[in-house]
Design a protein around this ligand. Structure first.
Ligand code: NAD
Length: 496
């Protein structure tokens, strides 16, 4: 069986002390194994990144950007291979994987702007013969720890920008679908990136804990579930590192009585069930305002869901694939059962769908649950599966209160034709990313991505302008070149 190794100092390293199975979620079979890095292996990667830093830091930003231009071309040329690797280990259908890759490439395109982004700020004559400027210097060796659900895109939220800002990088991808991430990192070498600037260590908590403790790591970007995000943030911060840790979500869509209901249904289908609901921006709760909206939405969804197909990644006619593991499948099914037990109405039950030829796959079909209430376990938790729950309320204020009171605040959306209502909603809702008739308001690469409340620990959002600030430290220089012969007198008062 093939073992997936690490990328350290430009070479694939196979540390076989411990290994873990990597499943094809469509067949349910372990088809590869991944090496789980020991402390020694992670330290090898840190040493490589530390050694590469001085040379890379002093490489001009335009030359760093040129590597990213070549990298972008290589990503496009090898898109089919990357999508295949995503499909084999994540289960995502090829059209969905292509979308993920495209959003990742957009972050590379943004990183190509590094010379412009790193220009700094300059002020002339802040005092007599005195000029001042702020420059943005790289931090050193920085680390990224990423989740299974976007093995190509989420790492590209991090390393392209970190690297063009002059840092060297260590990535710890998800051990559940590591191949596409490793392959992408290898393309960087082909694009001309010096060895040691980008390193990948596969592994689990053991590898992560080394990255969190080692004083040579200056910053950590994390994306994953909230309990781990909280652990990463508190540990990295306690160890004096800069940290941004993006966590889980429960994204609500408000469906107003005046909404274009057919459009809302189409948007909700993709946003709730696309990628089997395994997206941190998946819309998993529809809050309908007024009984007419609730009845119309549920009736139209039930009808539309008859046309959905769940299946294997190579068949582009499938709408979505399996969930990531058998354990996760059981968890999703368990939430459907608990909603039923706690009094909700299972309108469409997607448990145990028939997928011919893939009987052992980790499939869950699209599920619609009506009459959910906020005290139910299925509402409080992030299910991370193809399950849309409907909560019925009487007013928009009630809908907004529900969203504000939820522990997560990643994304949200309102479906309406009323501009005043939409503006009030976006002004006041306590959520970091808001859509107005846009179901998955994932910011483009030149904005930044991040939730509020327990969906993000730290101050700066991921990628875009916040990413540049996260991966650099500001230095402000105040400089005087007195005219010849001018001597300053002694002063004990504060300079003004
Ligand atoms: P996860 O938290 O289980 O794993 C994420 C990373 O943390 C992996 O690399 C994993 O190896 C590592 N990890 C796991 N347990 C650890 C531990 N005890 N100590 C140290 N490291 C540990 O998340 P996942 O299941 O891979 O991904 C799904 C989650 O990620 C969902 O909650 C989803 O909402 C979230 N997510 C959030 C965003 C966002 O932008 N907010 C984006 C994508 C995914």
């Amino acid at each position: 069986m093939k073992t997936i190794g690490h990328l350290i100092n430009g070479e694939i390293v196979n540390d076989k002390e411990r290994c873990q199975d990597v499943f094809n979620p469509a067949t349910g079979k372990a088809e590869k194994t991944v090496a789980l890095a020991s402390k020694k292996t992670v330290e090898q990667a840190i040493l490589a990144a530390e050694s590469a830093f001085p040379g890379w830091k002093n490489t001009s930003p335009i030359k760093r950007a040129r590597v990213m231009f070549r990298f972008k071309e290589l990503l496009e040329q090898n898109a089919d291979k990357i999508c295949q690797l995503i499909g084999e280990e994540h289960g995502k259908i090829s059209h969905d994987a292509a979308g993920e890759l495209q959003r990742g490439i957009e972050n590379v395109e943004f990183a190509c702007c590094a010379p412009e982004l790193l220009k700094g700020e300059h002020s002339k004559n802040v005092g007599p013969n005195i000029d001042a400027w702020s420059e943005f210097q790289p931090l050193g060796v920085v680390a990224g720890i990423t989740p299974f659900n976007f093995p190509a895109m989420v790492p590209m939220w991090m390393f392209p920008l970190a690297i063009v800002c002059g840092n060297t990088f260590i990535l710890k991808p998800s051990e559940r679908d590591p191949s596409s991430t490793l392959y992408i990192a290898q393309l960087l070498k082909e694009a001309g990136l010096p060895d040691g600037v980008m390193n990948v260590v596969n592994g689990d908590k053991e590898a992560v804990d080394v990255l969190l403790a080692d004083q040579r790591i200056k910053a950590v970007s994390f994306v994953g579930s909230t309990p781990i995000a909280e652990y990463i943030y508190s540990t990295a911060s306690a160890n004096g590192k800069r940290c941004q840790a993006l966590g889980g979500a429960k994204n609500h869509a408000i469906v107003m009585p005046d909404a274009d209901m057919d459009n809302a249904v189409n948007q909700l289908l993709g946003a709730a069930f696309g990628s089997s609901g395994e997206r941190c921006m998946a819309l998993s709760v529809a809050v309908t305002v007024g009984d007419d909206a609730g009845n119309a939405l549920v009736a139209k969804m039930r009808e539309a869901m008859k046309g959905l197909s769940v299946g294997e990644y190579t068949n582009a006619k499938n709408d979505f694939g399996p969930v990531i593991t058998q354990v996760h499948k059981d968890k999703v099914n368990g939430f459907i059962e608990s909603a039923k037990r706690q009094g909700a109405d299972i309108v469409v039950d997607g448990r145990n769908p028939e997928v011919a030829g893939f009987e052992d796959g980790f499939f869950v079909g699209a599920t619609l649950i009506d009459k959910v209430s906020p005290d139910m376990d299925s509402y409080k938790a992030e299910i991370f599966g193809p399950v849309l729950q409907v909560i019925r309320v009487e007013t928009m204020q009630e809908a907004m209160k529900l969203i504000d009171e939820h522990e997560y605040g990643n994304g949200t959306c309102i479906f309406t034709r009323d501009g005043e209502a939409a503006r009030y909603f976006s002004d006041n809702i306590q959520v970091g990313m808001v859509g107005i008739n846009v179901p998955l308001p994932v910011p483009v690469s030149y904005h930044s991505f991040g939730g509020w409340k327990r969906s993000l620990f730290g101050d700066l959002h991921a990628y875009g302008p916040d990413g540049v600030r996260f991966y650099t430290k500001r230095k402000t220089v105040t400089q005087r070149w007195p005219s010849s012969g001018v001597r300053e007198g002694i002063s004990f008062s504060f300079p003004s």
